[in-house]
Design a protein around this ligand. Sequence first.
Ligand SMILES: NC(=O)c1ccc[n+]([C@@H]2O[C@H](COP(=O)([O-])OP(=O)(O)OC[C@H]3O[C@@H](n4cnc5c(N)ncnc54)[C@H](OP(=O)(O)O)[C@@H]3O)[C@@H](O)[C@H]2O)c1
Length: 313
Amino acid sequence: MDHVRLGRTNLMVSPVGLGCGGYSRLGMGESKDSSTAEGVVKHALDLGINYFDTARAYGTEEVVGKIVHCQRSEVVISTKTMFRDKGGDYMPAEKLVESLEKSLARMNTDYVDVFSFHGVMPQDLDYCVEEYVPVLQQQIQLGKIRYLGITESFRQDPTHEMLQRAVPVGCFDVAMVGFNFLNSGARDQVFPDCLRHDVGTQVMHAVRRALSNPAVLMQNIEQLISTGEIDKGVVNNDDPLKFLTGHPGVKSVIEAAYRYCRYEPGVSLVLTGTGSVDHLTSNVAALTAPPLPDELMSELDRVFGKVTSVSGD
Ligand SMILES: NC(=O)c1ccc[n+]([C@@H]2O[C@H](COP(=O)([O-])OP(=O)(O)OC[C@H]3O[C@@H](n4cnc5c(N)ncnc54)[C@H](OP(=O)(O)O)[C@@H]3O)[C@@H](O)[C@H]2O)c1
């Protein structure tokens, strides 16, 4: 797999990253055991993936650390810290350092490549920048973090209010952005600034539930028709993605969903979250396939281009 540059970090990464969270959590979200999860991480390495996104909150740091340990310098590990306690109050900054130390111990490594604030809402941004960033920058000086990142909560902030303000601030080298063909708002709202500031991006929610589960897709479409974000006349009520699945150049909705994201200007890499080695194999094939045909890109944008209220959950 050819590698791509992760913005100004200059890290060279596979254009596919293994998402170790989401609903799957490497299969552990579906009660599969850690040996299944280890198999998924091993398979990712075999397929040429060198980027792994995990988080303390996912419970998958140990699995990632265990499997990538023997080739640590060849992989890029992204992990995250929460910053509010269970009661919803901001944690003292020392707790974030503690969280970093625990992540390092769980992954049996001395450093994290990308350390991100997890699920920052618009109202959290100033506090994170003023109170926590200086403390984490000290950890960069100590060599425990290479680059700082920030992730949004796409479900609660589907118009990217937080990232629109965070990217120009200048202290975040990597942003995790929600983007898929149901809600492609980041194309105008986030990616141009990421390109301008040379911020590396990792796409989440490329498929999520709406694009992997037809019943959830139908619920989303009904909601979007009711809000006027989709024109009733432009979708086939029984099979709203018939134009996509009926196209000879497309294998499935999921394949098209990953390909839709991969070549977007401003996207560095696309995360795929799965607990299945077979799904991972086909998702890597999708993400290394050529772009979707232009007529499909146009049709997807004609149908869904006005959507700003859903994340694909
Ligand atoms: N705020 C944040 O920081 C934040 C929030 C959300 C996500 N993330 C990160 O982004 C990553 C990606 O998001 P995501 O996990 O939701 O991933 P995703 O790739 O958008 O969607 C994954 C879902 O699609 C299913 N799926 C994937 N490939 C499939 C296939 N070929 N056939 C059928 N079903 C398939 C998976 O189920 P199976 O397991 O059955 O394949 C899973 O339910 C996460 O893992 C996490 O690392 C971060």
